[in-house]
Design a protein around this ligand. Sequence first.
Ligand SMILES: Nc1nc2c(c(=O)[nH]1)N[C@H]1C(S)=C(S)[C@@H](COP(=O)(O)OP(=O)(O)OC[C@H]3O[C@@H](n4cnc5c(=O)[nH]c(N)nc54)[C@H](O)[C@@H]3O)O[C@H]1N2
Ligand SMILES: Nc1nc2c(c(=O)[nH]1)N[C@H]1C(S)=C(S)[C@@H](COP(=O)(O)OP(=O)(O)OC[C@H]3O[C@@H](n4cnc5c(=O)[nH]c(N)nc54)[C@H](O)[C@@H]3O)O[C@H]1N2
Ligand code: SF4
Ligand SMILES: [Mo]
Length: 886
Amino acid sequence: MNKPISTTCPYCGVGCGISALADESNHRLLIKGDSSHPANFGRLCSKGSALGDTIELKGRLLKPSVYGRETNWAEALDLVADKFLSTIETYGPDSVAIYGSGQLLTEDYYVANKLMKGFIGSGNMDTNSRLCMSSSVAGHKRAFGADTVPGCYEDLEHAELIILIGSNTAWCHPVSFQRIRAAKETNPLLKIVVIDPRRTASCDIADLYLPVASGSDAWLFNGLLHYLSAGCAPRTNPSYIEQHTEGYAEALAAAENADIDQVAAQCRLNKEDLQRFYEWFATTDKVMSLYSQGINQSSSGTDKVNAIINCHLATGKIGKPGSGPFSLTGQPNAMGGREVGGLSHQLAAHMDFSNADDIDRVARFWGSQQIASKPGLAAVDLFNAIYDGKVKAVWIMGTNPVVSLPNADKVKLALQGCEFVVVSDCIANTDTTALGHVLLPAQGWSEKDGTVTNSERRISRQRALFQPAGKAKPDWWIISQVARRMGFEAAFPYQSSAEIFREHAALSGFENNGQRDFDISAFADISVQEYDQLQPTQWPVNQHYPQGRARLFDDGKFYTPSGKAQFIAISPRFPGRLPDKDYPLILNTGRLRDQWHTMTRTAIAAKLNQHKPEPFVEIHPVDAARYDLLADSLASIESAWGSMLARVHVTDSQQPGNVFVPMHWTAQYASHGRMGALVNPFVDPISKQPESKHTPVRIKSYQPVWQGFILSRHELTSISSEYWVKIKGDQFYRYELAADSIPEDCLEWAKETGCNTHDTASSLWQKYQDPAQGNYRAAMLIDNRLESVIFIAKNNQFPQRSWLSSLFVKATLDKSERMALLTGLPPEGTPDTGKIICACFNVGEQTIKTAIQKQGLKTHQDVGRCLKAGTNCGSCVPEIKTLLAS
Ligand SMILES: Nc1nc2c(c(=O)[nH]1)N[C@H]1C(S)=C(S)[C@@H](COP(=O)(O)OP(=O)(O)OC[C@H]3O[C@@H](n4cnc5c(=O)[nH]c(N)nc54)[C@H](O)[C@@H]3O)O[C@H]1N2
Ligand SMILES: Nc1nc2c(c(=O)[nH]1)N[C@H]1C(S)=C(S)[C@@H](COP(=O)(O)OP(=O)(O)OC[C@H]3O[C@@H](n4cnc5c(=O)[nH]c(N)nc54)[C@H](O)[C@@H]3O)O[C@H]1N2
Ligand code: SF4
Ligand SMILES: [Mo]
């Protein structure tokens, strides 16, 4: 048997270490959390645990293709180089662009950025981090003079108050959330505050939940600054303010009007709750503010970040164990991308275009005569420029902008009209690869080799577990090959990721002298063996900190010209577009527990599709009544930019006036689930980050003539119904369907979708039809093995799909099961698992409810002991607790 290989999870910014046992001959993978990795100490969430189910070769992009024709690498690379060169020659360097991703490895990212900024000579390299971390980057830069995350995960165990602001940590950073839960169990004095317009699973451990009005956080933290400094005995830290900061008076003056009454009104919060939160912050020594997209994705995202940092500076609660503002990074290498300068205003190694010395320094280091001298276009502007025909050739790598950018229908049009679109991806069919003229197969996570940096600045190795799929190549290799063909051989000689990492490390230390926070010069001469054995290390790693550094700013020194941290005077602004009579509701968007972004990888793992199988819209009961929406019916949601269809979930976890849809569905998995089409393209004026959490929309009921579902052992080939959703299950595919006209012959119609309806000697059909009611049910078995199930009805009265779905793993059905097929319900005495709650151990709602009742279980720990549910990643614990309570 092979030895386990240590690597890093390719999903979120927690950056969990994984111990992987790869079986090359069967292409199988056993995954365990790496108990020695400081980010997770052996824990993994549902997504990380399911990685072994996502490595299949089906669906992978295996060969390069040009204009729809498969080809070899040489032709594809030559074409990309030629087209880029000829475009630059005719229209100049700013007519081309690269749009990258926080899911590229640091080495890939470094090379892409070097090519565009250093050698093509344009700033037009931006990344999906613009949609993710750019407000935090801008906020850090304003306050600290550098994009520094001061603290580390260990602080979670030291803190006495943890504030989760616009962060659904329970679902998006599940392993860190479990760490906070554990810290609270060890230290019952630890208090948790959750600030989010939506009551999320993260509220499960909250001592106080503040349902802040969408977009109003800057008011809340200006109010806190005001509160800390008010009264005869201020709770600020005057000596810290004096010694280590500047701009306090101005920031305070700007917060002058933010008294509790005003803040309560602006944030629509109750005064007592507000008072309690402020008092806890004022009186607790060790406070951590963890924030994420509820803060960043806003037209005042940068101000929100600084409003939070201001409060930490005013109290000196920064740079000490258990204290500090802490931006949770989203993608596995969001941080690494910032290190290499992946955003279009950055240059490299935490140097940027705002400083002529930086430009000169990087040009000398790279030996470049034609380095770009000014920022390029940020994501939304970049795609507008493509739409306008100003950018004529674009190379998209490791991101799916046709889904994830705001005003996504315009993005689609932009790419449809663009002269030359190159897409590097590991998956063949995505909404973006559909529009590429050249498709380049990138190695996937289990094949790649390089480094990533997590939220706490920890650099970890991703290591190859398998041989590459098909002709797939590392992203750094693909980019270097194009660079060489463009005439930049000398600057892109790389043969391995280790060489690139060394160069990146050397640049970070080049003429640094302690002036730049990002310094990993200790790795500048790292050997291939040392690189291969690199242990997870927090930067900076240099001669002063050869083993890395857990916290920055513990010495009160910042990277501003004066060495002092900067308060920023904040005047809270309203979101860019406010609801009006045409679009009266606020659309909020975000993530689900078991899916990763545009689902290209997580939707391959059947077990990750069971928790939330269909696009949905969450709406408050009052609004549901106002807009005549029944629970579980379909609704159409429209904004000034686009529309979608989703299943209605009525819940008081939403505030009236707000609706929420998950960001994940694409045209590959749903007919009308691509929410990016609706999203407001308004951006923060400083960070250029789009306001993805606040779009005015309207909602109305969508009433199809019929609804139904098909469960099929084989993937359907052509679905013609107006509404469809495709869900991969264990040995079957599930399709949720709805349409405006009832098929004349249901069987004929099913055949057209590609459903196996062939009558053979071994096939057995069961059918039930009531045309008057528009009711049709059928099931087919081949040699007693279930092949397909079709349910159609004019009303939306269907059994849950759980029992029928569970039959596909069986080699044959017994008589009682066959008899029950067309009821869709298990035969008497057979338990139904119900909807899956625990994805790690596949435990359903009904199983949990029955166990609670029959065995008198009282706590989630009891449920865990009895059914294992909730004992791996723990992300479903909040739901188990809800079941216990009901
Ligand atoms: N399961 C899963 N985990 C992921 C990802 C994934 O796709 N799936 N993606 C990763 C990535 S790249 C990222 S960036 C992170 C994102 O992690 P999070 O930021 O935690 O995730 P989101 O669900 O986008 O948004 C967080 C919360 O912001 C709230 N919010 C909306 N508007 C406001 C507001 O005005 N103020 C406040 N205070 N809150 C508001 C939303 O209601 C939502 O609950 O997750 C990472 N982890
Ligand atoms: N409305 C709304 N929009 C949002 C957000 C939101 O909360 N609301 N969140 C935003 C945020 S924070 C983020 S981070 C983005 C994420 O949005 P995207 O980056 O568009 O989403 P992903 O699905 O992660 O896309 C990654 C792509 O890279 C491919 N890929 C995976 N690994 C590799 C690799 O090693 N090499 C290459 N070349 N390709 C690879 C995947 O198959 C996939 O197609 O969405 C943003 N958009
Ligand atoms: S929390 Fe989950 S998704 Fe994030 S790195 Fe860890 S295992 Fe991967
Ligand atoms: Mo993100």
